[in-house]
Design a protein around this ligand. Structure first.
Ligand code: X8Z
Ligand code: ZN
Length: 609
């Protein structure tokens, strides 16, 4: 293959440069090799960019095939491609560190730093261990993608079936059964996961990080410890709003299911909130809203009534972006994306967006005609338009300003799918009047506010696992401790260390860092509010849609086009005029709801032990 040739080319170039630098002065020979120069650093970066282009395309195609056709063979092939790709990234990360003390221009310095942090799961230097790690990662991926809960009567449920039942069933016994059933899929992942943690930590230490969590926290243009504090600060801003929501939801669930189903300690049993991971609660809106909180329409019903299918949902999403003046997607996007679940094979159904090359972008999503998937489609398209707009950047800068930005773009757009916008699409005949606003906000809060502590606790758990504070014999106990602490939730059935509940969430076996989603749930409101201000919108924030606004589009394009080329505060400043992440836009958006919740909760005992 091409890789060995380019490895030796780079190695020769570096050896030659070192030799040339040293041979002018014989006395230097006994000492350490001459310090590398800025010119060498730049040559190294240029060579690395070329090698990464080739490597990433190969690895991306292998991973795409595995995710679209999950078999033992595609897993094997994807594991080998990942192994090679990780080896290259490890080599580059280590080589980049040689230039730590060299004075170089800001752009080269940033590229070197990105190279040093570019891996999510670094590999140990021993090739046998690196190979073992790649195989474990592919195995965990496949276990999730092919996971099914088979009941005693022989019927088997995949993740889509589970999601549907958790959203629609109101039978607590059925919910409990399906909730626990999905977690049978993850129990066998535990040993592999623990081994993966050991191997990844060995790789992270080779790169100079204390552990893999420290590596993950290093990608935010600030010291890793400051980043932890920054997430706590943001959480502190929104915690009172979450606690009010938790209190109200708990009371309404108790009304509906009776106090026997609701524990006395104030936590909510995780099977009752309409989502198998209890991460977004919008599906139980009907149980939580009262008469004065009715938005008057249901997006799922509207989409179905108007004959929407997956393609129409995707086209509608694209049209929002083009209405801002952003160029349409390439034809290959439509030819190569997977937007409905194939009937005859296992695919990794968790929605994702791919940049195979700069001109070949795709999504993979088992779309269903629901309000939730309408939003998820916008989410995925946010990633895709980030890709197409930063395509001219160096491969090292083809990323979000930070990963939370990448996750926030499509969501900020989806916040614009207001009643006025639905009228514009012809989905709704007329806008509901202001009396519906509490309902709209409550529905939104069940998804967006309920998500916040979940978005935080997933990596609180992983950071603890990676730094050794949480050992395998306490994996599950620690998970539920964090669920209780941050979310005020409890497990509906007894859990033991034979279970591995974290693995039932895609991003754990899939090794996708999760703090990005917490950040995105703050940032999307900040970006949305800034866009509404640019658009001169005058009215309650949640009624603003920036659909069709070219001025917003220009600013958005400019921010997207920056990719990761500048520290993220510069990207935020370019769009929102501020250099700080701040949850006050979340609070402003939900201010009328906070007042309503305070009224609802006034005679209730809120909080949990
Ligand atoms: O994983 C996703 C996206 C793909 S990046 C569908 N999300 C998180 C999740 O589903 O857990 C979006 C919201 C949070
Ligand atoms: Zn995403």
């Amino acid at each position: 293959m091409i890789r060995p040739a380019s490895v030796s080319r780079l190695a020769i170039a570096i050896a030659l440069a070192t030799a040339l630098a040293a041979c002018g002065d014989k006395k230097e020979e006994a000492k350490a090799p001459a310090a590398p120069t800025a010119a060498e650093a730049m040559a190294f970066v240029t060579e690395a960019e070329a090698r990464l282009e080739t490597d990433r395309e190969y690895a991306a195609r292998a991973a795409w095939v595995q995710a679209n056709f999950v078999t033992v063979d595609t897993s094997f092939l994807a594991a080998r491609a990942d192994e090679a790709s990780t080896a290259l990234s490890m080599e580059l990360a280590k080589d980049a560190a040689r230039f730590n003390d060299v004075e170089v221009d800001a752009e080269t310095r940033r590229k070197l730093e990105i190279m040093k942090q570019g891996l999510t799961i670094p590999a140990p230097s021993d090739p046998a261990l690196a190979s073992e790690l790649a195989t474990i990662k592919a195995d965990l991926d496949s276990m999730y993608a092919t996971g099914k809960y088979c009941k005693e009567d022989g019927t088997c449920l995949n993740d889509r079936d589970i999601i549907r039942i958790m959203a629609s069933s109101r039978d607590p016994e059925e919910l409990k059964d399906v909730w626990a059933g999905w977690r049978q899929v993850s129990a066998p992942m535990k040993d592999k996961y623990a081994r993966m943690v050991e191997l990844a930590n060995a790789g992270s230490r080779d790169l100079g990080f204390a552990d893999t969590g420290a590596l993950w926290r290093s990608g935010y243009d600030m010291p890793a410890d400051d980043f932890t504090a920054e997430t706590e600060r943001l959480w502190g801003q929104v915690k009172p709003l979450y606690q009010s929501l938790q209190c109200h939801v708990r009371a309404k669930l108790s009304d509906y299911y009776g106090s026997r189903t609701m524990p006395q300690d104030g936590t909510i049993p995780a099977h009752l909130v309409g989502n198998v991971w209890a991460q977004q609660w919008g599906e139980i809106f009907d149980l939580v809203a009262s008469g004065d909180a009715d938005p008057g329409y249901d997006l799922t019903a509207l989409l179905n009534e108007k004959g929407y299918d997956a393609m129409k949902i995707a086209k509608t999403g694209e049209q929002f972006f083009t209405s801002l003046g952003i160029p349409a997607l390439p034809e290959t996007f439509w030819e190569r994306s997977l937007i409905t679940k194939p009937r005859d094979r296992d695919v990794q159904c968790h929605a994702s967006a791919w940049d195979i090359t700069t001109s070949d972008v795709r999504i993979k999503m088992c779309t269903e005609v629901t309000g939730e998937d309408f939003r998820t489609m916008h989410h995925e398209l946010g990633h895709i338009f980030y890709y197409t707009n930063y395509a001219p950047q160096s491969i090292l800068f083809r990323g979000g300003a930070h990963d939370g930005f990448h996750e926030a773009i499509g969501d900020a757009v989806a916040l614009s799918t207001t009643p006025a916008y639905l009228v514009e699409l012809g989905l709704l005949d007329e806008q509901p009047d202001a009396a519906a606003d509490i309902g709209l906000l409550l529905k939104q809060a069940l998804d967006k506010v309920a998500f916040l502590p979940f978005g935080l606790m997933v990596d609180r758990w992983r950071w603890g696992v990676f730094n050794g504070e949480i050992t395998p014999d306490h994996y599950n106990e620690a998970w539920w401790k964090l669920r209780r602490q941050y979310q005020g939730l409890s497990a509906p059935v007894e859990r033991t260390e034979a279970d591995f509940d974290p693995g039932a969430k895609y991003h754990i076996p899939g090794n996708t860092p999760y703090t990005r989603y917490f950040l995105a749930h703050i940032l999307q409101f900040q970006l949305y509010k800034a866009a509404c201000e640019q658009a001169g919108f005058d009215g309650p924030l949640h009624r603003c849609s920036f659909y069709g606004n070219k001025e917003v589009g220009e600013k958005l394009k400019a921010m997207l086009a920056m990719g990761a080329s500048k520290p993220w505060p510069e990207a935020l400043e370019a769009f929102a005029g501020t250099r700080d992440m701040d949850a006050s836009a979340v609070l402003a958006y939900f201010a009328p709801l906070q007042a309503w919740l305070d009224e609802q909760n006034k005679d209730r005992n809120c909080g949990w032990e």
